[in-house]
Design a protein around this ligand. Structure first.
Ligand code: FAD
Length: 459
């Protein structure tokens, strides 16, 4: 069985490894670097940069912990960018190592579907190689959206593709779009000392995440001196060589050295051949797939950011595993989309799974909620991270249906609640599980106890 995969991001490379482990002869076609958006210009580089910001913040607060740091504490922007690059380069090499180990072949070039079994690969030198396979998995991923009227030039009006490798730290930066990506990048630059303004059309930052959690982060942004303007749109851009001015739809204007456009992402399917081979499309340029992730053309599967649903690396990888299994063994596996974790790696972190309280209220769905504040938790006090809370929602049968968290390490803590939502666990049962003391996870247990009015440390 021959399987060809277009795209070596977290969807495509995981699908390739899984198919190879199931015994297929696998070829991956990648026009850029292995790891895709996530590893090269997305998840990992942003977290590497935020880790540097975290160290800077911690060292600045060292005195509060009784640690004396002598001399000036300041960021070295070039060294921070270089560290980020080292982290991503090593991980890209790690994927190549796994490909070699599992016998996955990689072809560098742009892959275009010709028919249900054939891909034409155009290489950098213009030569064309034809790949023939029994099954094809499409994992072309996404690119930043630039709406008409947004004067993207890759220099001082940029997207996330450029902002993580800037040759020089901007003195000021306007971020259009205060979603997850804009918020993470905004806080990184603000911690480095850049004057950051976030312009967000929606009434809150962080998109559809819990409104209380978003407000909590917005309060931190104020302390970080990030100017957050919500409910405001950018009307007109005036681009000069060394500055950009944006006229807003509230009559005001903002100006900075650079503008970062963070207004969403769209499927990267230009010239991919998908429509020519008759693949049925979904609205907004996505590919329609069935529950087995197979497209309308038998034997061609599609995964990750090119299909409708959450545009997240862990979703792409989960789909990669399922598509690979179905391609090699026949359609039998499906993805469990019930509990998709959403995480924001700011300080404080924000995370959520399942429904939000806002959605439950808006839909008029009966629910119960339990809550716990980190400031009431011994471990949070010990590590000096008191900001934030944990909120857990159950339905009328006591099944955990959602959670929203803001605070220390909540992107890691979320997993227990993802498990609860994914498996439909009852709050009473999870609340009986002994959680280690002192640990931040005790906060989860306390929030769950609070659902039944049994939280002994409630304040
Ligand atoms: P991609 O990662 O986009 O990979 C697609 C690959 O296909 C690319 O390498 C591309 O070069 C290649 N390709 C495309 N077309 C062709 C072609 N015709 N021929 C050959 N190769 C082709 N998600 C998270 O879960 N957590 C995060 O913390 C997170 N942070 C992010 C931060 C930023 C700044 C950004 C931009 C995104 C972030 N994401 C995060 C989203 C995440 O990166 C994507 O959801 C994920 O990368 C999608 O994986 P994918 O495999 O579908 O596509």
């Amino acid at each position: 069985m021959k399987v060809a995969v277009i795209g070596g991001g977290p969807g495509g490379y995981v699908a390739a490894l899984k198919a190879a482990m199931l015994g297929a002869e696998v070829t991956v076609i990648e026009k850029n670097k292995l790891g895709g958006t996530c590893l090269n210009v997305g998840c990992i580089p942003t977290k590497a940069l935020l880790a540097s910001a975290d160290v800077l913040r911690t060292v600045k607060e060292a005195k509060d912990f009784g640690v004396v740091v002598e001399g000036e504490v300041k960021p070295d922007f070039d060294a921070i960018i270089a560290r980020k690059q080292k982290v991503t380069d090593e991980l890209v090499a790690g994927i190549q190592f796994l490909f070699d180990k599992r016998g996955v072949k990689k072809i560098d070039g742009f892959g275009k579907l010709v028919d249900k079994n054939t891909i034409e690969v155009t290489k950098a030198d213009g030569t064309v190689e034809t790949v023939v396979a029994d099954k094809i998995i499409l994992a072309n991923g996404s690119i930043p959206t630039v709406f008409p009227g947004m004067p993207y030039n890759g220099k001082n009006v940029i997207t996330s593709d450029e902002v993580l490798s800037l040759p020089k730290q901007p003195e000021s930066l306007i971020i259009v779009g205060g979603g997850v990506i804009g918020s993470e990048i905004g806080q990184f630059f603000a911690t480095m000392g850049t004057k950051v303004t976030i312009v967000e059309m929606a009434p809150q930052i962080l998109g559809r995440m819990d409104s209380e959690a978003a407000k909590n982060l917005a309060r931190q942004f104020k302390k970080d001196k990030i100017k957050v303007m919500t409910g405001v749109g950018a009307d007109n851009y005036i681009v000069n060589d060394d500055s950009v001015k944006i006229e807003l739809n509230n009559g005001k204007s903002v100006e900075a050295e650079m503008v970062l456009l963070c207004v969403g992402r769209r499927p990267n399917l230009a010239n991919s051949g998908v429509e020519e081979v008759g693949i049925e499309m979904a609205p907004r340029g996505f590919i329609q797939v069935n529950e087995y992730l197979e497209t309308s053309v038998e034997g061609i599967y599609a995964i990750g950011d090119i299909i409708p649903g959450a545009m997240l690396a862990h979703v792409a990888s989960a789909e990669g595993m399922v598509a690979a299994a179905n391609a090699v063994k026949g359609n039998s596996e499906t993805v469990n989309y019930k509990a998709i974790p959403s995480c924001v790696y700011t300080e404080p972190e924000v995370s959520g799974v399942g429904v939000t309280e806002d959605e439950l209220k808006a839909n008029g769905t009966p629910y119960h909620v339990g809550r716990f504040e980190f400031r009431a938790l011994g471990k949070a006090k010990a590590i000096g991270k008191l900001q934030g809370f944990i909120k857990v929602m159950t339905d009328e049968d006591d099944t955990i249906i959602g959670a929203s968290l803001v605070g220390p390490h909540v992107t890691d803590l979320l997993t227990e609640l993802s498990l609860a939502v994914g498996l439909g666990l009852k709050a009473k049962d999870v609340g009986k599980v002994i959680h280690a003391h002192p640990s931040l996870s005790e906060g989860l247990m306390e929030a769950i106890h609070d659902i039944h009015g049994e939280c002994v440390h409630a304040i």
